[in-house]
Design a protein around this ligand. Structure first.
Ligand code: SAH
Ligand code: SF4
Ligand code: F3S
Length: 472
């Protein structure tokens, strides 16, 4: 067992990691080993899993879609809400029989959940068959940790409690397709009172502009058409660096990269959505006219208790400003119901703000107390049944609005980036409008990766149906 809790991550780790990859490569050469990664949580985790897959591919492992065929099973976990954690516990428990069937199989657990030391301890004690546990700050050290796990009879544990420098050049195995994720910053400084993310992802660290631009240039050369920039709060990009280079500067530079046709980003905190950024969004042709702007609640009292640092009036004024600059922009949001102390009046304020903004889509959540956050300590927790009833009322309202907004598209012709075949329907392709609406339509697979014009023929709450009118 090993613990490096107080050792900072340094850029030296970049070169070191390659040596371990080489070491492992020789060791597993010719064995035909396979890996399977299960990912929970947000896009940031999905992209982290692409890095884990990238390191494994370089080592010589191949991917398998079947857990039972894998020589290495890795769970990349999320702890943003309790149900995410419960799913992990259940599914890790189920791995015991796999380990018994093949004791050489390596089982690893990483990600946000492991970054909470009591959870990592619990996993180690409850599931002693787990070979490897590591957190979010040392993802790039996976090759060295895997090497140790292969040689050890005990669980190898490495959780760092400080984030250290940003580590570049981690091999990445991206999901093939037209879209690629690019993390532009790590961590969060906001400490919303309900949220565990800053506790498990550390403080904000921006990647250097040159590194981001070089990565996107390469993606463009590799044929990717759409880039989604990731960060817990992308619009505070650059504020932790000395250079006077902020998110709007980055958007403008990416807009110039040949081959990239669409730029998306998430997530934006309303308090950091500057006029410069709104202007850059409006002026850059490739920046999609879709903004994910989490509101979380409509009551000023609750917003204050959530430490969101804005009022409902500020939020509504911001929406107006954004719509004035980009009249057709689609807005989506995150909303939490049942935050401690939320009464009927507060909840109605949330319904009202959703009605006023008329979101194109919304992710709605039951408040889930997270250990270590201020809101979890409050005595005035809302009873579970009440939370559920409120969520159902909110969802009914939102689904109705989303349906109406989608119906406004009927008969219109929209530009769609074709992403791939529909998952469940033969001869049907799927793509998105720049406003992030999913559109399904009949067409031939050669169209994948191109921008085409589609007439909208049918509207559902979460997607549209259409037919191709013109191939550009
Ligand atoms: N950084 C992003 C995403 C954070 S997590 C942002 O600020 O928007 C995604 C969403 O999960 C949050 O927007 C919030 O709506 C929800 N969330 C976070 N903590 C939660 C909790 N304890 N209970 C319920 N929902 C939560
Ligand atoms: Fe969590 Fe708030 Fe940071 Fe988003 S901005 S990750 S909700 S603390
Ligand atoms: Fe979950 Fe971590 Fe993302 S807690 S939501 S996977 S940053």
């Amino acid at each position: 067992m090993l613990n490096r809790e107080h050792m900072p991550v340094s850029s030296q780790d970049e070169g070191e990691q390659q040596l371990y990859i080489e070491d492992l490569k020789n060791r597993i050469y010719g064995k035909g080993l396979k890996y399977h990664i299960v990912t929970y949580g947000c896009q940031m985790n999905v992209h982290d899993s692409e890095k884990l897959a990238g390191m494994l591919s370089e080592i010589g492992y191949t991917e398998t879609g079947r857990q039972q065929d894998a020589d290495l099973i890795l769970f990349n976990t999320c702890c943003v809400r309790e149900n995410a954690e419960l799913r992990v516990y259940g599914n890790v428990g189920a791995l015991k029989s796999y380990k018994q069937a093949n004791p050489n199989r390596i089982i690893g657990i990483c990600g946000c959940m492991m970054q909470q030391s009591e959870v990592a301890d619990y996993i180690r004690q409850t599931f002693p068959f787990v070979d490897l546990i590591f957190g979010t700050h040392n993802l790039h050290r996976f090759p060295q940790l895997l090497l140790q796990a292969l040689d050890s009879n005990h669980t190898v544990v490495e959780i760092l409690d400080s984030e250290g420098a940003v580590v570049e050049h981690v091999p990445t195995k991206r999901t093939q397709g037209v879209s690629a994720w690019v993390t532009i910053m790590y961590g969060c400084n906001n400490f919303c009172s309900y949220c565990i993310v800053p506790h498990v992802r550390g403080r904000e660290r921006s990647r250097r502009p040159a590194d981001i631009l070089a990565e996107i240039q390469k993606l463009a050369e590799a044929g990717y058409k759409e880039i989604t920039l990731l960060g817990q709060n992308v619009n505070s990009y650059g504020k932790d660096m000395d250079e006077q280079y902020l998110f709007h500067n980055l958007l403008r530079d990416i807009n110039e990269i040949e081959g990239i046709q669409r730029i998306r980003f998430m997530t934006s905190h309303p308090k950091d959505l500057s006029d410069d950024l709104i202007r850059a969004m409006a002026e850059c042709k490739k920046v999609c006219k879709h903004l994910h702007l989490p509101v979380q609640a409509g009551s000023d009292r609750i917003l204050h208790a959530m430490n969101r640092k804005y009022s409902s009036k500020y939020y509504l004024d911001l929406v107006e400003k954004v719509r004035k600059a980009m009249p057709d922009i689609a807005l989506s949001t995150d909303i939490i119901v049942g935050f401690p102390g939320e009464n009927e009046e507060d909840f109605e304020a949330t319904l009202r703000i959703a009605e006023k903004v008329r979101y194109d889509s919304a992710f709605t959540f039951l408040y889930s107390p997270r250990k270590g956050t201020p809101a979890a300590k409050r005595r005035d927790q809302v009873p579970a049944e009440q939370k559920k009833q409120r969520l159902a009322r909110l969802n009914e309202l939102i689904n109705g609005i989303c349906m109406e907004k989608n119906q406004e598209h009927l008969g219109k012709i929209k530009e769609v980036l074709v992403e791939g075949p529909s998952k469940n329907r033969k001869d049907v392709l799927t793509g998105r409008t720049d406003t992030n609406k999913i559109v399904n339509f009949k067409g031939s697979p050669e169209l994948i990766g191109s921008l085409i014009m589609v007439r909208i023929t049918e509207a559902h709450s979460w997607s549209l149906e259409g037919e191709i009118v013109k191939n550009d």
